[in-house]
Design a protein around this ligand. Structure first.
Ligand code: KG4
Ligand code: ZN
Length: 347
């Protein structure tokens, strides 16, 4: 089915609508991005200081078709609606976890296109998509299994051992807030705007990360994370110290999050004997985290895979990449629904 332009390559159309990004992409053979379109709703939600689910699903409805259309056109496929010529070989779509209304928009579009085109429908876990983002930029990553993946986004924070395709061990996860959620909440406390991650990252440049010693919960043992106490500490500090330098508070908070993430990642490398280390999820775009993770990789002699910031945040190319490795699984066809609290299937 793939176009002659791409020879025998398998082309997967990926669709992602789990939160506030409407995204579609065409990826060849699980690692070549032919097109990737991401329409962010950040401007729509920023005035509320966070994602409003109803606003998100309505925006997905408006944007879904134009975004898919653009991804197909950029990939030189026929575009939407298809006129019976060249179409992708399969459609991979995020079915969970995420906001139920948002997920439904992407899944409905994917099911409709799969039925019209007569191609397989591949349901993808959003977290698995994040794990695959690094493969798009480093296809030879496959040689470095087992990998430790630090997945830190707005909805999730987890350390995963990836032994092979689809073969995961969940080493630990957050017991309360996700790291990105903590960045977003502290961004609001410090009036730095939404989303808090990029604005705290920016505000911290040149500031003093040791100005305040914020707590590093659970740092001494295991692989689970906890960030809600840290957020409360920042809130209490701000209330007690009006007029304190906002960049220094931001940098000290960021240092506490990064310290915990890096310490536990280093522990995971030691325990698993991993050959490579991947960062994934929106927080992986954080400049201080990237700097400290690189130091750890050098110290422990493991290969670092740090996806570009665009591949760290939500996109559909990572969903298509994850879908490629599931191409040979039985076609789930159109029977599967969305699962807002879907877990990563681990062994
Ligand atoms: O992966 P993602 O795009 O969406 C989810 O699946 O959650 O991650 C979004 C999260 C937000 O919480 C945002 O504040 C955070 O990633 N983020 C960052 C940075 N860029 C985005 N956090 C820290 N530093 C950044 N530079
Ligand atoms: Zn995500």
């Amino acid at each position: 089915m793939g176009t002659s332009k791409f020879g025998t390559s398998k082309l997967i159309l990926g669709i992602e609508t789990s939160c506030d990004e409407t995204a579609a992409a065409v990826v060849a053979d699980g690692n070549r991005v032919i097109s990737s379109v991401v329409s962010s709703q950040i401007d729509l939600h920023s005035k509320y200081g966070g994602v409003v689910p109803e606003v998100a699903s309505r925006a997905h409805v408006d944007l879904m078709i134009p975004v898919i259309n653009e991804a197909l056109i950029q990939a030189n496929l026929d575009g939407f609606p298809n006129m019976g010529k060249t179409v992708p070989d399969a459609i991979a779509v995020t079915v969970g976890p995420g906001l139920v209304g948002s997920l439904l928009v992407g899944v409905s579009a994917a099911k409709t296109l799969a039925a019209i085109w007569g191609v397989p429908f591949i349901p993808i876990n959003h977290l698995e998509g994040h794990l695959y983002a690094a493969f798009l930029e480093e296809p030879d990553l496959i040689q470095d299994f087992p990998l430790v993946v630090l997945l830190a986004s707005g909805g999730h924070t987890a350390l995963v051992e990836m032994k092979g395709h689809g073969d995961y061990i969940l080493l630990g996860e957050t017991i309360d807030d996700a790291a990105g959620e903590a960045f977003d909440k502290v961004g609001r406390i410090l009036n730095l705007g939404y989303p808090g991650g990029p604005s705290i990252d920016k505000a911290s440049m040149g500031a003093n990360p040791d100005a305040i010693k914020f707590p590093r919960s659970l740092i001494k043992e295991g692989f689970d994370f906890s960030f809600s106490g840290l957020k409360t500490s920042v809130l209490n500090f701000v209330k007690k110290n009006p007029g304190f330098s906002i960049p220094d508070i931001a940098a000290s908070f960021q240092e506490a999050v990064v310290d915990v993430l890096v310490t536990k990642t280093a522990r995971a490398i030691d325990q698993t004997g991993a050959k490579g280390l991947c960062l994934a999820g929106g927080v992986a775009a954080n400049s201080r985290l990237r700097e400290k993770i690189l130091d750890i990789c050098i110290e422990k002699n493991v290969r670092p895979f740090l996806p570009s910031p665009e591949m760290c945040t939500d996109n559909a190319a990572m969903i298509a990449a994850a879908g490629y490795w599931r191409l040979n699984e039985p076609d789930e066809s159109l029977s599967i629904g969305v699962d807002p609290s879907m877990k990563l299937v681990t062994k």
